[in-house]
Design a binder for this molecule. Sequence first.
Ligand code: HEM
Length: 270
Amino acid sequence: MDPQDLEALAERMTTRFDHFDASLVHDPYPVYRAIRERCPVPSSENYGGFKTLLAYDDICAAATSPQRFASRHGTTIPWLGNPLPVVPIEADPPEHMGYRSLIAPLFAKSRTAALEPTIRRMVTEAVDRFAALGTADLAAGLAHPIPPVVLALFIGLPREDWLDFKDWVERILTTSAAGDMEGLFAVVGELLGYFQKWFESRRGTPGDDFATLALTGEMVGRALTPEEMLGYAFVLAVAGHETATSGIGNMLLQLGRHPRLVISCWPTGR
Ligand code: HEM
């Protein structure tokens, strides 16, 4: 960005900060740096008024002071008016730790290690499909198709439902990116309906999956409510999808731009 434009943008953002401003998307770091140098806690009248923390120490202090900076009243600006509890994100201690402990078995080292060969096989097959061609769209061939299926495997959905799940979470991304609220509500309804049936199918038939933990686990001395179970499943579906897709895409882009990194990242001894 032209230095003069950057200065003007930083000046505007200092008093009317807007995290959705398109000029932040392409290369946010110099803009955040310029705003931070002017004011580390910019205020904004947008979205009903809010303040933003831009300094590392302030962010750490806020993140570790849930009494002063609570999450239970909502964590998005503007508030999205979610009809279901946003578990565990919009919770404070002790409930927050209760929610987290409940699904800790999903993240156990032994469990993720057991899933690794299947995930490795999926990735190898995807790479094999385009490796012989000598050219590939790594976003379309790798970053997009793999995470939803890994997520389905990870939360323990039956294999026959993986492609439906992939379709739902992908449609959540495309409809929300396009601002197609009608399409978004429709697909969210389908996914929640599916989760509800999945929970029912797991009653009395436990498995190594999120549904079983949600049905049988305890959090701070009580069971999860049906709404919490649905909200939690939905958070996992969304939190684990776009993040991983974008993370893989960005990593591949960086490796493409800086090929020397490939050598230093390559796992040895495998
Ligand atoms: C590269 C991939 C990922 C990235 C970059 C990422 C990033 C993040 C970040 C920044 C947060 C903190 C959000 C906040 O506090 O406001 C978060 C929270 C969370 N993520 Fe991820 N995530 C990734 C993958 C996943 C996956 C695969 C899952 C689940 C299967 C997942 C589930 C969650 C959950 C449940 C939370 C809430 C934690 C809490 O509030 O205690 N994430 N993630």
